[in-house]
Design a protein around this ligand. Structure first.
Ligand SMILES: [Zn+2]
Length: 495
């Protein structure tokens, strides 16, 4: 066999470059040289007066070591900055860090027996922790060869930035956009806090859906409103469809549409009340044969009294639920009749607030997702676990039960399902005040260039579809809202 030296068969250029990269040794030497010669500073001096190209970085979160995602992100940005400098631009890279938020606070609480820490201590520990995180991430970014003004990176926790946030808040308050309100917000049990709309992801979820029958106790009034008088010898049940059985204990009303036609259906042993459009679909699901005996508009059903469906398991549930008129119901699925628990549904709450039911709103779920201890039968249970027990206790009140796959809201951080929960929060009202903030923001967006343009569409939808923005959180590590509360009005500190 002939011993061939293949390198002799290649036509390679003759250079002084070494054969091996040896980067683990050479890179630190090169980076050190850049540092000693203040290369970034020199670049600024050389390019002074040239066309500016500034990359103000969307900050990484100051928590944990850098990973491959950071590396890709920072290196791609660095390629752009360096190429723009070579093109002749005065191209800056402004690094920074996002310092606030729950993961940092949870870390501090976990490592310092958090139950006993005051807010001041939590903030102090968080600040120290973030400083360490920033230092270690900065060293690693520089090691990647990223050129930038590292000594003057911005940090969201710097007091100058916090003051800027509060100044902006003050301006928004003065324009009348900020209000405090009790209303259902997106609530994460893991965060133990309200979430902004932007912190909510929609994912597919399997839920147990049930059709629950509410006994009517105003049979005579009801049939009279249907224009018939001769059928009160049978029980009448108003059927509501829900995917949140856990909210049944907090039920305070049944909602129907004013100008939708509802029908009384004779199914043999009883009459059931449904929206006309959904009768066929419902009877199929219930595996019942039925005959429509009367029709009327939803508005004729107002204030008909029903029994709470758990009425026979405990005195707490032995109460009346009225039918009220609402305008949000889509007659597409279910029965066209909605069970309402004002503390746990946005639409339920609006109807409750407009009508002032004359009863206190039932708030039965704690911030961690457990029912209050004193709730009859289900007290102290996690709502998701209690779901099946509630279904068992509803027993013969359930006409149909099935699993459905639907789009449901999740915490973007914890990936766990959220609920709507009425709590007192601060909001920036997108459509309050003299000029709609939403309209103004959308008008301004038209003149902003976004690359790629899909980002602009996303931002447009985010602004146009999100209602009032919840700005308060029930946590310590963040920028505090410095309000003094008077019984009437809101006052913001001047800074
Ligand atoms: Zn969460």
């Amino acid at each position: 066999m002939i011993n061939v030296r293949y390198n002799n068969t290649l036509n390679l250029p003759k250079t002084t470059f070494p054969m091996r990269g040896n980067l683990s040794i050479k890179e630190p030497i090169r980076l050190n040289k850049w540092k000693q010669s203040e290369i970034y500073k020199k670049l600024r001096q050389d390019r002074k007066g040239c066309k500016k190209f500034i990359l103000h970085d969307g900050p990484p979160y100051a928590n944990g070591h850098i990973h491959i995602g950071h590396a890709v992100n920072k290196i791609l940005k660095d390629i752009i900055i360096k190429s723009k400098n070579l093109e002749g631009c005065d191209s800056w890279y402004v690094p920074g860090w996002d310092c606030h938020g729950l993961p940092i606070e949870l870390n501090i609480l976990k490592n310092n027996n958090g139950k006993f820490l005051t807010s001041n201590k939590i903030m102090l520990y968080c600040r120290k922790y973030v400083e360490k995180q920033i230092y270690s991430q900065k060293v690693d970014f520089i090691r990647l060869g990223i050129l930038g003004d590292w000594d003057n990176a911005y940090r969201t926790m710097d007091f100058i930035n916090q003051a800027g946030i509060i100044r902006s808040l003050s301006a928004i308050v003065k324009k009348g956009y900020v209000f405090r309100g009790l209303k259902p917000v997106n609530w994460c049990f893991q965060c133990s806090s309200a979430l902004a709309e932007s912190e909510v992801d929609f994912l597919e979820k399997v839920s147990e859906s049930i059709d629950v029958a509410f006994f009517c106790i105003d049979n005579y009034k009801l049939v009279k409103n249907f224009g018939v008088n001769n059928c009160i010898e049978k029980p009448i049940e108003v059927v509501s469809w829900t995917t949140t059985p856990w909210s049944i204990p907090a039920n305070q009303a049944i909602h129907v549409l004013a100008f939708c036609i509802y029908v009384l259906v004779d199914v043999g042993v009883k009459f059931i009340l449904l929206a006309e459009q959904l009768v066929e679909n419902c009877l199929n699901r219930y595996q019942l044969n039925g005959k429509i005996i009367a029709k009327t508009f939803g508005k004729e059903l107002e204030k008909v009294r029903l029994k709470h469906p758990l009425h026979n398991i405990d005195a707490f549930y032995d109460r009346i639920t009225n039918i009220y008129i609402a305008d949000y119901i889509a007659i597409k699925t279910g029965t066209g009749i909605i069970h309402a628990s004002p503390a746990y549904g946005e639409d339920d709450f609006i109807v409750y607030s407009n009508l002032q039911y004359n009863e206190n709103m039932l708030k039965l779920v704690k911030s961690n997702g457990f029912y209050i201890k004193y709730l009859s039968v289900f007290g102290g249970q996690l709502i998701w676990i209690a779901n099946s027990e509630i279904i068992n206790n509803l027993n013969n009140r359930i006409i149909a039960k099935e699993l459905i796959l639907h789009s449901y809201m999740y915490c973007w951080r914890h990936k766990n399902p959220l609920i709507k929960m009425a709590t007192s929060q601060w909001f920036v009202g997108m459509d309050v005040g003299k000029i709609s903030l939403r309209k103004k923001a959308l008008d301004c967006l038209k003149n902003v260039k976004v690359y790629p343009s899909s980002g602009k569409t996303r931002l447009y939808h985010m602004i146009s579809n999100r209602p009032d923005w919840c700005i308060s959180r029930q946590r310590s590590w963040g920028v505090p809202i410095p309000f003094f509360i008077k019984k009437k009005g809101v006052y913001c500190t001047n800074v």
